[in-house]
Design a protein around this ligand. Structure first.
Ligand SMILES: *Cc1c(COP(=O)(O)O)cnc(C)c1O
Length: 456
């Protein structure tokens, strides 16, 4: 068989131009720190959104808090604000320390924290930020336009029967590998919308079951994620009362995620953790299509400017954002074009083609990208469970694989002015993007898998 050309070039040519493609197509764990990143004001000027947009998103979430509290009593403690804990994981830090090469060992004074979006209320993943925000945005706009609602109202009234009847005339559709569908489906159905979630058949059965229980229509597609999205979009386009949520290009989803950063700042302050030039912050973000990590990183840059270093994590079998930014071709290419199969246990990250919007908007603000093998994901998931008693899903575990890459890349560390003194005072945050909704039996099987793979 004649080898396929990728954008009119042979794979060999691509590899000559971009040598790391060899390693990516070999499914080897790989990292790349982008030499083209810019300082934060300049980098932020490429995003097309600014801090005021995040202010607006944060204010909208505040307006909706009384409603969220009514609809989801589990958010009572936070008064309807959907937020997750930030916790030190010192035993896991010691484990990583021991398992990293000796000369890389984490200086004991640097801190490793876990951001537990895996525990976010309503849908147990980072998608509870962006997905729910976009549904609320849409609901608010419809209700305001219909003059059923004023911004000054207590939004708890949106839970009343007349609003349910009103929202029932509208539908919300989304294409999703799972967690986005869960967030959008649950929130939409709760408000009374007709909710339609397009999924690929290989999406986890429990996610489909959970959605159907809530009255969401689940449409299964035999193809992969991108095709499920395309089919959903085409169907929604025929119905003027249907709002399609576009995971790849939505600035609303992006802003919903971005609000996380200002809340993280408050959490760090409450823990007396300083972030400045002498105390850098590293944040490791598992990346699928890019909206979640991209939005969070955008927020982080507006809060901490150059003192925060955002690094994206992907499975060795789905390095879509890595390839897109590294080659500068963004959504013009997919991992499959390069013969990479996009098959991974990290189902939340199984995206073959990155968001072009996020890749381009954030390319000057993301320090680096790395890949983690499925076996390593399993081991990290298992280790976190053993060391801390915390369960996260495989996608989340990708966030724990980044420290070694940062600490071993001397040219990156030097280029960024990260002296040993600064590194010793650094804080590292692994962003655990999902996990608490995984059913008990699936959890057990992930943990068992990790235990076995540890000894391979
Ligand atoms: C969706 C998801 C991500 C990544 O978010 P993207 O917006 O697809 O990049 C990471 N982890 C989990 C568990 C997810 O569900």
């Amino acid at each position: 068989m004649k080898p396929q050309l990728i954008l009119n070039q042979s794979l060999a040519n691509w590899i000559t131009q971009f040598p790391l493609i060899q390693s990516l197509t070999d499914y080897a764990e790989t990292s790349w720190f982008n030499p083209a990143i810019k300082t934060s004001p300049e980098g932020l000027s490429h995003v097309g959104l600014n801090k005021l947009d995040i202010d607006e998103a944060a204010a909208r979430l505040e307006r909706f808090a009384p409603l969220i509290q009514v609809l989801f009593p589990e958010t009572a403690a936070s008064k309807g604000i959907i937020e997750s804990p930030l916790v030190p994981i010192s035993h896991m830090q010691a484990y990583l320390d021991k398992n990293l090469k000796k000369d890389l060992s984490l200086n004991i004074s640097s801190k490793l924290l876990l951001k537990q979006d895996s525990e976010l209320p309503i849908s147990g993943s980072i998608k509870a930020r962006g997905g729910i925000y976009e549904v609320l945005f849409h609901a608010e706009r419809l209700a305001l336009e219909a003059k059923l609602l004023k911004e000054s109202d207590n939004y708890a009234i949106l839970a009343s029967a007349p609003f349910k009847t009103f929202f029932a005339q509208h539908s919300i559709a989304v294409g999703s590998t799972g967690n986005l569908g869960l967030s959008i489906g649950i929130m939409s159905a709760k408000l009374g919308f007709k909710a339609i979630v397009h999924m690929s058949t290989e999406a986890r059965q429990w996610k489909k079951d959970k959605l159907r229980e809530q009255g969401v229509t689940v449409v299964e597609h035999t193809s992969d994620y991108s095709a499920a999205v395309a089919a959903g979009r085409a169907e929604a386009a025929q119905d003027p009362n249907c709002h399609f949520i576009d995971d790849e290009n939505s600035t609303r989803l992006f802003l919903g995620y971005a609000v996380a950063a200002r809340r993280l700042r408050q959490q760090l302050e409450a823990m007396h953790i300083v972030v400045d030039a002498e105390h850098p912050l590293f944040v490791y973000l598992p990346c699928g299509v890019g909206g979640g990590p991209g939005g969070v990183a955008f927020g982080l840059k507006t809060e901490f400017a150059d003192h925060v270093h955002c690094i994206f994590a992907e499975p060795t079998h789905s390095p879509a954002m890595f390839l897109g930014v590294y080659t500068g071709k963004h959504d013009e290419i997919s991992v499959q074009d390069f013969g990479i199969d996009n098959v991974t246990i990290a189902d939340g990250l199984a995206c073959g083609r990155p968001s072009g919007f996020v890749g381009k908007a954030m390319q000057y603000l993301i320090d680096g990208y790395y890949t983690v093998s499925d076996q390593h994901l399993s081991q990290l998931l298992y280790a976190l469970h053993q060391q801390e008693g915390i369960f996260i899903e495989p996608s989340s575990a990708a966030s724990l694989g980044g420290l070694a890459h940062v600490l071993s890349d001397t040219s990156y560390v030097e280029r960024m002015g990260l002296t040993p003194e600064r590194l010793a005072q650094a804080t590292h945050i692994a962003w655990a993007t999902g996990g608490s909704m995984v059913p008990h039996l699936d959890k057990e099987s992930y943990i068992q898998q990790g235990k076995v793979s540890r000894t391979l």
